[in-house]
Design a binder for this molecule. Sequence first.
Ligand code: NAI
Length: 305
Amino acid sequence: MTITIIGSGRVGASAALNCGLRELDDMLLLDIVQGLPQGEAMDINHQLSERGIDCCVRGSNNYHDMQGSDIVVLVAGVGRKPGMTRMDLLKTNSGIVGDVAEKIRKYAKDCKLIVVTNPLDPMTLVALKRTGFNKNRVMGMGGTLDLSRFKSFISEALGVSRGSIHAMVIGEHGENMLPLVRFSSIAGIPLKEFLSEWQSKEIFEKTKNVAAQVISTKGATIHAPGNAIATIAEAVIRDKKSVIPVSTFLEGEYGARNLCIGVPGVIGSNGVDKIIELNLDEDEKKIFDKGILDVKEAIKSIGLK
Ligand code: NAI
């Protein structure tokens, strides 16, 4: 068993550390930059060693080394600069993701693939098409991260433990993300019982905009994405059947087809075991459908549809 992480930059390295701290598996960090994955591997091994964790991280510049990996995380590509949207990365990253997906098809043909590169939903489709994998094996990580932000704002507003919050964020991982107040709760008690409409709106907006704020202050989001990747990897490795949002290929669910977008999935050793369809109200559907439109436009512009 090995987890391969392709792209050993900020998010890739954080993903390796987070997977290591959860004692998921041995890991391979891959990158085109000589020395970078090797250096990150040493640094992370030293931290894990002090914690008494025996998961080993190796670094490599050779795709051949990923042979037989059970899980591959695709996080190679360029990130947003301050002021950019995720969609601004479309052209550059679709080339990188397409090339890397070919390598994954060649060297890790049986893996479950977690796509992270932005813009997430179009990149998940590029990876799905270029690997030719069954749809259940290709999952995009976006909603899991958005969810961690949504939860932190709910906890902040209400002064309750983050651990008592159950919530959901679906839709495009981008300008049209959809934090679902109506489907969220504090220990099973509907969130609506605690929040005024104004507070809900404020949390909704903050969840949507906070990534740009982090990028404008420190240049990139790193730790929360690394942890969100590890959450999906853990669900697969431990066959947890966790209900988490992932970008997955829709074939009629939520009234959409032939694209990947964030929806709640049951995640286990087969990847996406099941998609859970929620009965969205008119306002929620409007935002979800706008996300579909924008993702469709993006995939059309890179010649995928
Ligand atoms: P980074 O620039 O720190 O790291 C990217 C790494 O990819 C670099 O080390 C680069 O050498 C490597 N790379 C480029 N082409 C490659 C190839 N063909 N094969 C192997 N490695 C290659 O960027 P960072 O901050 O780690 O972000 C990476 C991507 O993840 C960006 O597209 C960013 O927007 C996205 N992202 C997605 C999130 C999500 O929720 N889905 C959250 C945070 C970042």
